[in-house]
Design a protein around this ligand. Sequence first.
Ligand code: KMT
Length: 165
Amino acid sequence: MDESAGDPLQLHRAEPAHPVLLEQLHWLGVLYWTLNADKDENDPELEKIRKERNYSWMDVITICKDKLPNYEEKMKMFYEEHLYLDDEIRYILDGSGYFDVRDKEDRWIQIFMEKGDMITLPARIYHRFTLDEKNYVKAMQLLVGDPAWTAYSCPAAHFEARGQY
Ligand code: KMT
């Protein structure tokens, strides 16, 4: 992506364009699926992924000004570069947004996610999230086991955990 400090809600396409293939994301440990979001939870395909990958826990978050308490604060938090010690699994049920991840050279890759897109960001990858100009997303959050989301702000490279990634 173009790393200018412009409005995060806008698409930041690099000039000249530098498209990233799914295989490259895969190499970073990022997994991607596309599903029928109208089926919501009752989708055999989703069930299969959850079973195979042990995504046992889930809840749904809606991010928009009127629905999310402490909206401004949370938006700031999501957009601050951070990492988790667990995989971050998100399935977009409605709306859209950008998940940015760092590549191995520490360049940002902007991943546009919309209804039907499901992604797993591997534990310990630096990332951030923002809505786009539509200012709305409804996403299923899944987890292997129980939720224990502690965000580690950058730089977190001294963590043994980061070294493992
Ligand atoms: C995070 O902490 O990176 C998020 O979960 C972003 C919000 S999920 C649409």
